[in-house]
Write a protein that binds this ligand. Structure first.
Ligand SMILES: Nc1ncnc2c1ncn2[C@@H]1O[C@H](COP(=O)(O)OP(=O)(O)O)[C@@H](O)[C@H]1O
Ligand SMILES: [Mg+2]
Length: 278
């Protein structure tokens, strides 16, 4: 089981597109996936074709009343892909959370029963670091950061990195960055190469090898309430890009699982070296 949070405090960098298509791509490989929509605009919910009627319960009610997210999960048109939808009421939740007990850990508590029933939870977040996003970052084991190649994002990323460091020390959250994904990637644009080289210099191997190229199909798919896999023909470049991201994410999750398994062994080895030097 993995909980992945898609985050970057900048808007319009491809968070929702990545959350929806990464979740759908994992589901198409046979993994059971829940997408939790924590953006007040509810774009991921809308893209997955879920419309809430007035009074329908959503993630907001779960967070306010500390009910399990499991109760609001809906099916989508993609097999194995489920969504916990955002509704308009999500906008008021930040204020409610401010007075909750251990307010940064509410989502973590609300995910406890559903996390035993799925293989991955993917959380889409809003473009600001309020309490909703903080809850998402605390609940997650891994963070995937989409970075758009349209403008220089370094300053925002530095701030984001500092926020994560604070959350690790003060809230005890793992806040592990699984990787940065370059989005809106256009090789013909000079700025793409410039931004890519700055990012690779700063973040090195943390950047996923394959970028998500700029593609008008990503803009059109949400209005048809489709994932890129439903909207684009086989071998389309948007589909291929997200398939490669799924490969990259699964490979890194696998690496983490294996290094976690090896950790006790490494600790033993270090201990025996220390003992023999005594
Ligand atoms: N690779 C891409 N190429 C072209 N347009 C894209 C791409 N990824 C996302 N978009 C479009 O850019 C806009 C912002 O993307 P979105 O995923 O909603 O970002 P965020 O959730 O970070 O605000 C949307 O209109 C989306 O359809
Ligand atoms: Mg979004």
């Amino acid at each position: 089981m993995s909980i992945l949070c898609i985050a970057n405090q900048k808007g319009g960098v491809g968070k929702t597109t990545t959350a929806v298509n990464l979740a759908a791509g994992l589901a198409r490989r046979g993994h059971k996936v829940l997408l939790v929509d924590l953006d007040i605009q509810g774009s991921a919910t809308a893209t997955l074709g879920v419309r809430l009627k007035e009074g329908d319960p959503s993630v907001a009610e779960c967070l306010v009343h500390e009910r399990q997210i499991e109760h609001v999960v809906r099916e989508t048109s993609t097999d194995n892909l489920y969504v916990a939808p955002a509704g308009e009421t999500l906008a008021a939740v930040d204020i409610h959370l401010a007075t909750a007990m251990a307010r940064e850990h509410v989502l973590e508590r609300c995910l406890s029963t559903v996390s035993a029933k799925v293989d991955h939870i993917v959380i889409d977040t809003a473009p600001y670091l309020g309490l909703l996003t903080t809850n998402a970052l605390v609940a997650a084991q891994h963070i995937v950061v989409p970075v758009s190649c349209e403008y220089l994002p370094i300053l925002g990323l530095k701030l984001f990195g500092e926020t994560l460091t604070r959350m690790r020390t003060r809230l005890g959250a793992p806040c592990n960055i699984l990787g940065y994904v370059l989005t809106m990637y256009d090789k013909r644009e000079k700025i793409t190469a410039e931004i890519e080289s700055i990012l690779r210099r700063n973040f090195g191997a943390a950047i996923f090898a394959d970028p998500i190229r700029v593609n008008t199909r990503h803009k059109a798919a949400p209005s048809h309430k489709k994932t890129i896999f439903e909207f684009e023909a086989k071998n389309g470049k948007g589909r291929n890009d997200y398939e490669k991201l799924v490969d990259g994410v699964l490979a890194r999750l696998d690496e983490y699982a294996r290094s976690a398994e090896r950790l006790p062994q490494v600790v033993d080895e270090v201990r025996s070296v220390l003992d023999s030097n005594r």
